[in-house]
Design a protein around this ligand. Structure first.
Ligand code: MN
Ligand code: MN
Length: 316
């Protein structure tokens, strides 16, 4: 049972549109807070898009995700799970990146997540572009490589961009495999689609044994069948869940830098998370929400809702 301190502010005590927005109206507990070591799941903002190669903006994601997350109530509508009563959850604030220096930002983020990991806190991150996941994995996979369920339009497995640039949001999982942070046999990438530069990423996946499930196969087989296979691939070992909002069709999630047509709808977007029942999730993220392209705020609201569904799986 969670301590009442870690309970979100109820909309009956203060209307949900009022107050200082934290993730899901949780208390803000930073490293210096006296109750930091009691946190079990830490919601973290990663306001950084230094790996973006096309349309920018995810550096503004955490603030917008926090604002839209105040819409969320305490109980899951489908499963009845009340995550805040199962685990001590708190908003740990934002990582402080260096917006003018990619390598410095990667180090700053890794150090932040090492402190979180050392304290025994499992991180649930709101991005930020997808390069943010690399320093998180560097902190979490220190002892042994992790499995990963990856929802995305893109594999993010390319070797490099612009003739040798190794750190972009199209390359994080290539680096993660090279660095031994991921066990390729326990990695599944779901929803892959769109035009491509070439087959270099898919060839790499095949060579190292990463399972790629293209969107055509996803739509033909359906959520339940695909996710049963995904659970089998990651098995019972430690697993990271990385969710790029561009997995979802741009009709439902237009506010992202690299949209691809023909994706899942917003209901399937949360169904795939609910199908992670039984997976041992050591951390998760929701990345690539770009508020400048999200005129209605719908993308950020969907992103915050996916974070809530991820949280409900993390407390199981
Ligand atoms: Mn991605
Ligand atoms: Mn993507």
């Amino acid at each position: 049972m969670s301590d009442p301190f870690f309970t979100p502010v109820s909309g009956f005590d203060l209307p949900r549109f009022a107050g200082v927005p934290t993730f899901m109206r949780l208390p803000h507990v930073d490293f210096d807070h006296p109750r930091f070591n009691e946190v079990q799941i830490g919601l973290i903002g990663a306001p950084w898009d230094g790996g973006t190669t096309n349309r920018p903006g995810p550096r503004h994601g955490p603030r917008q995700l926090r604002d839209m997350s105040t819409m969320i109530r305490a109980q899951n509508g489908a499963t009845g799970i009340r995550p805040f009563e199962v685990a001590n959850c708190a908003d740990l604030g934002d990582v402080a990146p260096n917006p003018a220096d990619v390598m410095d930002s990667l180090q700053r983020m890794q150090r932040f997540y090492e402190r979180v990991h050392t304290a025994g806190i499992r991180p649930l991150t709101g991005g930020g572009d997808h390069l943010c996941t690399l320093p998180i994995l560097r902190a979490l996979a220190k002892d042994a490589p992790l499995g990963m369920v990856h929802f995305d339009s893109h594999t993010d497995l390319y070797h490099s961009y612009f003739d040798g640039t190794m750190f972009t949001h199209g390359t994080p999982f290539r680096r993660a495999v090279e660095e031994g942070l991921l066990d390729p046999a326990r990695v599944v990438m779901i929803g892959i689609r769109g035009t491509a530069y070439d087959n270099e990423d898919r060839d790499f996946a095949q060579n190292v044994g990463i399972r790629v499930i293209p969107i055509e196969e996803f739509h033909t087989r359906g959520v339940a069948d695909v996710m049963e296979e995904a659970r089998g691939i990651v098995g019972t070992g430690d697993t990271y869940v990385s969710y790029d909002i561009d997995f979802v069709d741009p009709a439902f999630a237009p506010g992202t830098g690299t949209p691809e047509i023909g994706g899942p709808n917003s209901f399937q977007a949360i169904e795939v998370v609910r199908a992670l029942q039984g997976v041992k999730i050591v951390g998760a993220d929701l990345v690539e929400v770009s508020p400048p392209f999200d005129a209605s705020g719908a993308t950020a609201y969907l992103g915050a809702s996916i974070m809530f569904e991820l949280l409900c799986m993390m407390v199981q």
